[in-house]
Design a protein around this ligand. Sequence first.
Ligand code: 5GP
Ligand code: SF4
Ligand code: MG
Length: 451
Amino acid sequence: CGVFGVYHVSSAASLSYFGLHALQHRGQEAAGIATSDGQNIKCIKGKGLITEVFNTETINKMDGIHAIGHVRYSTDGGNEIENVQPIMVRAHTGHFGAVHNGQIVNASELKEELENLGSIFQGSSDSEIMLHLIQREAGTFVEKIMGACRKMEGAYAFIIMTKDCMYAVRDKNGLRPLSLAFLEDGYCISSETCAFDIVGAKFIRDIEPGEVVRIASDGVKSFHYTDQVQHKMCAMEYIYFARPDSSIEGINVHTSRRHAGMLLAKSDDVEADIVIGVPDSSLSAAIGYSEASGLPYEIGLIKNRYVGRTFIQPTQKQRERGVRMKLSAISSIVSGKRVVMVDDSIVRGTTSRRIVKLLKDAGATEVHVRIASAPFSSPCFYGVDTSTYEELISARMDVDELCTYINADTLKFMTIEQMREAIPTQDLCVSCFSGQYPTALFSFQKVIKQK
Ligand code: 5GP
Ligand code: SF4
Ligand code: MG
């Protein structure tokens, strides 16, 4: 998912619309915006892309100087309308709303506890839990948020808006990104920095793991709800999920992908004629591979821009159809050539198998697949990727079997060490590659296979 917020700006709704448009790659199932004029909160949300849910008329109706917004990609909780965000609460102490990216791993335990205490949940997603927890805590609003944070385990970046305050919250493991910027004479909060550039905001800093940032009329204040923090930024944000023009923890996404491609090439000795990438997420890695190997970079595949990200389609059938509509090989470029095809990751294997066939049908004599990450062999419980072994082809096949399955001439992955070299942050979450998780997993523990 993608979350976005603006505090104390003119045209808060329309700036949020543009910000969410820049975060659309993070989720395409639903979108919503809530605004506040300092007194009243309004919320409009619905299923579909941001451009499908909103038009000029609806945006103009949403007056206000503060806003939060969300683009949804469902991992936990289905695609029902009750799960669409912002999630709003009408409390006697004041209305508020929240947007969430991530996944709370002790959600079912917390939900059961809360229901036993009398809470009633509207939807089936984990995001609502935060709001119920806040309501049960004592103290000032920021103390209530911090109390809630101490109970939730897993991955979360929240933006919470009351009628006159905004709060940016990150989990103590730092799994999901969230950054702060200046905008006009107010502030802007976003999952990715690419949205700052679109609205003309000026980056200040990332929210820290275990931090709650409160923005109010008296300025920005920082609170820490725990000192048990880790810096486990999701590696997949750099590898696939984030936009190349975003920077996470000071590292530009395109630069890390290009570096990954260079490392792939340096440990490779394949004989080939050209290097191509799979648009859009692996083009940076293909450029890096070409640079380090000396092989010419070519455009061998064209993507139809108007088909959404295939993975983000909820069912396997929709996904397969998505791949077919999405990519075409350029025969005049690949015909008669030995092709190195760089892709960012293999999850289910649907894409690679299909693309190798496209390239061979277009006349490529050999296709050498190079993956700019390690084999994705364990589920993710933190809200970005798949959460079962069955879906993961690298959980079922070793590299040789997978090479045969996708019909490539050769197949190579990066090592986890190389990934860390390409993404030189303090530390990373690489659980879906290593099977080692940085948090307790609660009910998800039963999913884990002993290797
Ligand atoms: P698959 O192997 O699942 O058929 O496709 C993997 C490809 O889908 C990757 O190259 C990547 O570009 C794209 N993809 C789409 N969504 C995701 C996602 O959430 N995670 C990962 N790792 N790759 C994704
Ligand atoms: Fe990201 Fe993988 Fe960690 Fe999930 S398990 S948070 S996808 S690195
Ligand atoms: Mg891809």
